[in-house]
Design a protein around this ligand. Structure first.
Ligand code: AMP
Length: 411
C-alpha cells in the first residue's frame, strides 16, 4: 500500500515524501482510514511503529479539508494529550513536519517551563494543540485555552498516562471538550485500567493491534548476564570496554541510580548524559540533543523519562536494572533493532531480580540466552540480599532493653 492509496491530499503527500517515507507502516495503514472516517479508535502500538503519523496525518487532512477563513481567528480543533514533555515536543515536531505545506498551525504546551511564551502563541491562535495534562488544565483555568471547538481528542501513551496518575486529569479534559467529538486512544499496552477508561469515554471504538508483544523485538539480539548486585558497575564497565559499541541507552530504575552511574562512567572517561524526572526541562532537552547529535554516545535514563522519546540509530540497550513490569522490558529493547537493523540488548540480573526474568520470558515467549563467560558470575545458589528494616530501638520505649538493665533507676 502507498500513501496515495490512503487518500491523503497533496500537501501532506509532499511533506511525507520530503520526510523520506516510502510507504505507510502497518499501524498507519490500519489507523488512517478509520480516523478519516471519523471513527473512535483504540490502537495498541509501541513507539517506533509510526503511530504518531497514524493520527497526525489524518487529523491534518480532516482539518485541512474543513478550514475556516483565516480572518475568524484560529480555534483549537484537535487536542493531543501526552504524558511526558519530551513526547509532547516530539509529537508537535511531527505535526509541523507533516503540515508544513498547509497553513495549519500547531503548538505544544507543557509544565516546568515559563508559561508566558506559551500563552502568547495560544492567543495568536492554533489549530492543533499538544499538551501535557497539568499545564493544559492550568491554562484552561486561566481562560487562555478554549476547548469548545475540539473535534478530535487524542490520548497518546494512555497506559503511561494512567501509570503517572493522570487519570482524573484526563477525564476532566475529556469533559471540557464538546460531547460530540472523535477520540483516538493510543497505548503500548492495554492493561485493565486503560480498558476501563476507554469504555467510559469512547463510543463504539474500532480496535487495532499492531505489535503483539510475543513477536516483540525480533531484530534484537538479547543476552542476559547473571551478576551479583555489588558487581553490576564493574560488569557494565567491562561490557562497555569489550562488547557494547555505538549509541547506547542504559536503563536504571531510579533517578538516584541514573546519577550515580553517570558519575562512574564519566570518571572512567565515557561521554555520557542522563534524562530523568528530576532534571529541568531544558537540561533533559539538551541531553537528548547531545545524544542525537553524537556529542555523547551513552544516555542513561529512567523508564518514565525515556518513554515515547524517538531515539533513532540506537545500537544497544542495557538493562542495568531489570524492570519489574515485563512490558517495560519489551518497550526498552524495542528501541533498538529498528528499520531492519540488528540491535543488541544486554540485561544485568542480580539474585533478587531473577523472578523478573521469569515473567519477562513468559511475556515474550523467548528464553533469553545467558552469557556465562564474564568476570563477575553470580553463584547460582546466591540468595537475594534483603535489607531488613532495622526497627529503631527508640520506637518501642524511650530506652532499649540493654540500657534499661544496665542502668540503675534514680527513683
Ligand atoms: P513513532 O512510532 O511515531 O514514534 O515513529 C517512529 C519513527 O518512524 C519516527 O522517526 C518517524 O519519523 C518514522 N516514521 C513514521 N512513519 C514512517 C513511515 N511511513 N516510513 C518511514 N518512517 C516513518
Amino acid at each position: 500500500m502507498s500513501f496515495k492509496d490512503l487518500q491523503l491530499n497533496r500537501p501532506l503527500l509532499r511533506a511525507i515524501a520530503e520526510a523520506g517515507y516510502d510507504n505507510p507502516t502497518l499501524v498507519q495503514e490500519r489507523t488512517i482510514p478509520l480516523v478519516l472516517d471519523k471513527k473512535h479508535v483504540i490502537t495498541s502500538a509501541q513507539t517506533g511503529t509510526g503511530k504518531t503519523a497514524a493520527f497526525a496525518l489524518p487529523i491534518l487532512q480532516l482539518l485541512y479539508d474543513k478550514q475556516d477563513t483565516p480572518k475568524k481567528g484560529k480555534k483549537i480543533r484537535a487536542l493531543v494529550i501526552s504524558p511526558t514533555r519530551e513526547l509532547a515536543v516530539q509529537i508537535d515536531a511531527n505535526f509541523k513536519t507533516y503540515g508544513k505545506h498547509t497553513n495549519l498551525r500547531s503548538t505544544v504546551i507543557f509544565g516546568g517551563t515559563s508559561i508566558e511564551p506559551q500563552k502568547d502563541i495560544l492567543t495568536k491562535g492554533v489549530d492543533i494543540l499538544i499538551a501535557t495534562p497539568g499545564r493544559l488544565l492550568d491554562l484552561h483555568k486561566q481562560d487562555v485555552i478554549n476547548l469548545d471547538y475540539i473535534e478530535t481528542l487524542v490520548l497518546d501513551e494512555a497506559d503511561l498516562m494512567l501509570d503517572m496518575g493522570f487519570i482524573d486529569d484526563v477525564k476532566k479534559i475529556e469533559r471540557l471538550c464538546p460531547e460530540e467529538k472523535q477520540i483516538l486512544l493510543f497505548s503500548a499496552t492495554m492493561p485493565f485500567k486503560v480498558e476501563q477508561l476507554a469504555n467510559t469515554i469512547l463510543k463504539s471504538p474500532e480496535r487495532i493491534e499492531v505489535t503483539p508483544t510475543s513477536s516483540a523485538a525480533k531484530n534484537v539480539s538479547q543476552v542476559l548476564y547473571y551478576v551479583p548486585k555489588r558487581n553490576k558497575v564493574e560488569l557494565c564497565l567491562h561490557l562497555l570496554r569489550n562488547t557494547i559499541k555505538g549509541n547506547i541507552l542504559i536503563f536504571r530504575r531510579t533517578k538516584f541510580g541514573v546519577d550515580k552511574l553517570e558519575q562512574t562512567l564519566i570518571n572512567n572517561g565515557y561521554k555520557v548524559d542522563t534524562i530523568h524526572g528530576d532534571k529541568a526541562q531544558n537540561l533533559r532537552h539538551e541531553a537528548l540533543s547531545k545524544f542525537k547529535n553524537g556529542y555523547v554516545n551513552i544516555l542513561i535514563a529512567t523508564d518514565v523519562a525515556a518513554r515515547g522519546i524517538d531515539i533513532n540509530d540506537l545500537d544497544a540497550v542495557v538493562n542495568f536494572d531489570l524492570p519489574n513490569v515485563p512490558e517495560t522490558y519489551v518497550h526498552r529493547i524495542g528501541r533498538t533493532g529498528r528499520a531492519g537493523k540488528t540491535g543488541f540488548s544486554y540485561s544485568l540480573c542480580s539474585a533478587d531480580e531473577k523472578p523478573y526474568v521469569k515473567t519477562i520470558q513468559q511475556l515474550i515467549n523467548v528464553q533469553i540466552p545467558i552469557e556465562e563467560e564474564h568476570p563477575y558470575p553470580l553463584d547460582p545458589k546466591a540468595k537475594p540480599i534483603i535489607h531488613k528494616k532495622q526497627g529503631s530501638k527508640y520506637k518501642k520505649g524511650r530506652k532499649g532493653e540493654g540500657s534499661k538493665k544496665k542502668k540503675k533507676r534514680w527513683y
